[in-house]
Design a protein around this ligand. Structure first.
Ligand code: UDX
Length: 438
């Protein structure tokens, strides 16, 4: 099929490349010329394992092109909206400017036979309002909502081998049948692999996405709330997570206590979900998510307090090494990163902070020029009064406590991700603290 992918950010670029890799002819569109030029030359705009390879293979196949010119989309049978929906600058809700702009830019080139698909994460009601926008402009193309569930670090795999496909179809039966046929053809290899397809109306499909992310965020904050109780009692949250995770109604995933969740999705999605519930007059239904957000924010501040205490009550003149800046390993994404929040807070309070991250160093340098950057953990920890492990990269989990002890000023480790072996670090002479573990 000929597909245009509108918006080549994380979601769109991965989607465009993945769809080309399964045989479609794909045009990636974005208003950001530099991004388009980079992608067209095979340069990945972010760190994502496996992405570079599929990008260059798809470009070489001739099935993938990038452009800033919407007119080139005119021949496409499906147009897929993948633009970002960030949190509004001055409010909790999602900013839909880019979604509306995508539809408006597409309209002059939209053929009635083509189908418009939405993949961006949007507040419930957005698809219906976009359908209105299309109709008001005289377009008769069917619109369907088809949310994605990709995780950074596994983005290509999650796109090509999703757990499920969700189709939010229009009410009109003929339009729904047309949209469904296009979706089925686009995802033929996934359907052949027996990927479950869940079908609903627009609102249902929109809510599937935000509900999934809200549930994941709730699971993390739940275990982090238990960690707070563990800290008051001497219990061990990782043993509790293991024990409750063995109940297959609960499951072991997303029960890792630590410094909480960050990234471009979970924090903004729960806030946008709450904001939308407020607009719909059902604020109380999602009051729970307010606590999820509060617990999450408390864990970051808790580490800042732990660090202050570890340094004898004041940050002034102290050297602190921060291992990790990305919101999670195998990513260079620092959006809403708890690691970067903690590093900045400690630096703002007078410590001499040196950050190192295997992929995000350049980004940190550009975004937070006040933070010193080191090439690796040993350089960061050189002479440090305190070391904080804040993103669980493999190279940090495998650090040798004996060798690291040689370079630090004071061997004090706060493991914000509960990934180091407490006994090994203590044996090597470190004061070792973690989150919700005695
Ligand atoms: C998430 C969803 O997983 C994905 O389905 C959705 O499409 C986009 O949002 P992502 O933001 O890539 O994906 O990251 P994810 O792997 O979910 O991790 C989110 C945050 O939670 C990270 O900061 C991670 O460190 C944290 N986390 C995750 C925990 O603190 N504990 C856990 O047990 C799991």
């Amino acid at each position: 099929m000929r597909i245009s992918v509108i918006g080549c950010g994380y979601l769109g670029a991965v989607y465009a490349v993945s769809m080309a890799s399964i045989g479609h002819e794909v045009l990636g569109l974005d208003v950001d010329r530099r991004r388009i030029d980079d992608l067209a030359q095979g340069v990945a705009p972010f760190h994502e394992p496996g992405f570079d390879r599929v990008l260059s293979e798809s470009l070489d196949s001739g099935r993938l092109r990038f452009s800033t010119d919407y007119a080139e989309a005119a021949r496409c049978e499906a147009h897929v909206i993948c633009v970002g929906t960030p949190q509004q600058i001055d409010a909790a809700g999602a900013d839909l400017t880019f979604v509306r702009a995508a539809v408006d830019s597409l309209l002059p080139h939209l053929d009635d036979d083509a189908v418009v698909l939405g993949r961006s994460t949007v507040p419930v009601g957005t698809a219906a309002s976009l359908q209105e926008r299309l109709r008001a402009a005289g377009a008769r193309s069917p619109l369907a909502w088809n949310p994605e569930f990709l995780r950074e670090g596994f983005a290509v795999k999650d796109t090509l081998h999703p757990d499920r496909l969700v189709y939010g179809l229009p009410e009109d039966p003929a339009q729904a049948a047309r949209a469904r046929a296009v979706l089925d053809e686009m995802y033929a290899p996934m359907l052949e692999a027996e990927t479950p397809v869940v079908v609903g109306n627009y609102a249902t499909a929109e809510l599937v996405k935000v509900s999934a992310n809200a549930f994941l965020a709730t699971k993390i904050s739940f275990i982090n709330a238990v960690a707070e109780v563990c800290e008051a009692t001497g219990a061990d949250v990782s043993v509790i997570a293991e024990a409750i995770g063995l109940d297959d109604r609960i499951g072991p995933k997303f029960l890792r206590a630590g410094i909480g969740f960050g990234g471009g999705c979970l924090p903004k999605d729960i806030r946008a979900f709450m904001a939308r519930a407020g607009e719909l007059g059902v604020t109380e239904a999602l009051g729970l998510l307010r606590e999820v957000d509060n617990v999450n924010n408390r864990r970051r501040d808790h580490v800042v307090n732990m660090a202050r205490k570890a340094l004898g009550g004041s940050f002034t003149g102290k050297r602190v090494a921060v291992l990790g800046a990305a919101f999670k390993p195998d990513s260079d994404d620092t959006r809403q990163s708890p690691a970067l929040y903690i590093a900045s807070k400690i630096s703002g309070r007078g410590a001499d902070v040196v950050v190192t991250d295997p992929a995000a160093n350049q980004r940190v340098h550009a975004e937070r020029p006040n933070l010193a950057i080191a090439e690796d953990a040993f350089a960061a920890a050189d002479g440090a009064d305190l070391v904080l492990l804040l993103t669980e990269w493999a190279q940090f989990k495998e650090l040798d406590p004996v060798a690291l002890r040689e370079v630090v000023g004071t061997p004090h480790m706060i493991d914000g991700r509960n990934v180091l072996d407490p006994a090994a670090w203590r044996e090597a002479g470190w004061t070792y603290q973690s989150m919700g573990r005695p």
